[in-house]
Design a protein around this ligand. Structure first.
Ligand code: PLP
Length: 457
């Protein structure tokens, strides 16, 4: 029998219980026998159940922006739970949801003033896609239901969000998809075929709208810096041109900032950093720095006004805008404001870039790209020709790197969605010491791996 009041057992005991009962995400049902268990965290570091320390160079999946273990944020959760543990926002608002909605509206760019809370990012994206369809129905365009997204993009795993996600391997096992997802090339300039002009990337959106029929396309969804495929920024002018195209065809622009907001890209919101104005912005993760599950869809006045007081948005989640999560989000934003967390990103992002750029002399390093505290290193077989690894080698390489950096004391991830990349996104309180810690592990590992695989310049 499981003793619910037991203090955490020893590592072996926990591993046995995990192996027998816990299903990890994006994994088969049964996990490996020797899987490390993350037991504790403080600042930029994690500790496993065996007491080993790791640098959290991924902010525990792009979430823990203010760093781990903030007693003041934890206290905000405790205080809120004492005052009001739970009430849904289906019928009545509660104080932390009201205050957070107002704060989010104050910080969000332009007229993004109406906030709909969810429990996470996929729910925020699903909410945006449903809102888009209903908005067009209300405004007399019921056929405008399709969403244009970019290849290799990740917008979540629920069926609606998955129809926008542009990663074949995540879609294929669950087909048929919810209809309406249309995919255009992403903005990976490193992989732009020779002779193809950069401007064609935004024009691909216009072409897709023309091809599908403007009266059937309801939205374009894009991240300010695309995560999957490896922290892919857009070329200058891209978002502004997409905005123009959207305006031309009455297509809503959705900025999916589940990762790219709350300072990750050196501004409160990615749209602000790159100078574009979306109609809907989706967010999650860093809104609470991961201390509680919360997401949000932030809607422009123009879209919200179309719903007015008459048109019901028949959509919601029991735990969307949970009192404890919204109180935690307020405390998190308070920390970010009081302690200049985003200023730290702005001050240090070029140092992080320089640290990763310094790896370019290693033959396996093909590209270094990103923004803010959100960077990727793309690995190649040959630097000068940008030769790719075979799919099998790329898959083995990323699995090896993920395990090996961890064994050497850094938690980050190597991913093989598109091309093999190592992603680095430390907490936004990190600085030169943490960058040095990353390099101390990455450089020798990449040198050894490059030599073993016979990578060439
Ligand atoms: N959208 C983007 C851009 C994301 O990066 C993610 C998750 O990483 C999601 C949506 C889905 O968020 P969640 O995992 O909270 O459902």
């Amino acid at each position: 029998m499981i003793d619910l009041n037991a203090t955490p057992g020893d590592a072996e005991d926990l591993r046995r219980l995990a192996r027998d009962h816990l299903w990890l995400h994006f994994k088969p049902a049964r996990m490996a026998d020797d899987i490390p268990i993350i037991a504790r965290a403080q600042g930029c570091h994690l500790w496993d159940a065996d007491g080993r320390r790791y640098l959290d160079a991924l902010s525990s999946l792009f979430a823990v922006n203010i760093g781990h273990g903030r007693a003041d944020v934890v206290q905000a959760a405790v205080d809120q739970a004492r005052e009001l543990d739970f009430a849904t926002i289906w019928w009545h608002p509660h104080p932390p949801a009201i205050r957070l909605a107002a704060k989010v509206a104050e910080l969000a760019p332009g007229d993004l003033n109406r906030v709909f809370f969810t429990s996470g990012g996929s729910e925020a994206v699903d909410s945006a896609l449903k809102l888009m369809r209903q908005y067009h129905r209300i405004t007399g365009n019921p056929r405008k239901t399709k969403v244009i997204a970019r290849r290799t993009s990740y917008h979540g795993t629920t069926f609606g969000a998955l129809s926008a996600t542009g990663i074949t391997g995540l879609r294929e096992p669950y087909e048929p998809m919810t209809p309406g997802g249309v995919h255009v090339p992403n903005t990976n300039l490193y992989r732009l075929p020779p002779g193809v002009p950069v401007e064609s990337l935004a024009e691909a959106v216009a072409d897709a709208i023309a091809f599908e029929g403007p009266d059937t396309v309801g939205a374009v969804i894009l991240e300010p810096v695309q995560n999957a495929g490896g922290c892919i920024p857009a070329p200058p002018g891209y978002f502004q041109r997409v905005r123009e195209i959207c305006d031309q065809h009455d297509v809503l622009m959705i900025s999916d900032e589940v990762i790219g907001s709350w300072g990750r890209l050196g501004a409160w919101f990615g749209a602000e950093r790159f100078g574009y104005q979306p109609d809907i912005l989706t967010t999650a993760k860093g809104i609470t720095s991961g201390y509680a599950p919360l997401g949000a869809m932030i809607v422009s006045d123009r879209i919200a006004d179309a719903f007015g007081t008459e048109n019901l948005f028949a959509h919601g989640f029991t735990f969307g805008g949970h009192p404890m999560a919204t109180a935690v989000a307020l405390a998190n934003i308070d920390v970010m404001e009081r302690e200049g967390v985003i200023d730290n990103v702005v001050a240090n992002e070029s140092l992080l870039q320089a640290a990763l750029d310094s790896l370019r002399d290693i033959p396996i390093v093909g590209d270094v790209r990103g923004a803010g505290y959100f960077w990727a290193v793309e690995m190649v077989a040959c630097q000068s020709t940008k030769q790719k690894f075979t799919p099998q080698v790329a898959a083995e390489l990323t699995a090896f790197i993920t395990a090996e950096v961890f064994r050497r004391g850094v938690f980050c991830r190597a991913e093989n969605r598109g091309d093999p990349v190592i992603q680095l996104a430390p907490p936004l309180i990190a600085g030169p010491d943490e960058f040095a810690e990353i390099l101390a592990v990455l450089r020798p590992l990449l040198e050894e791996t490059s030599e073993r695989l016979g990578c060439t310049v």
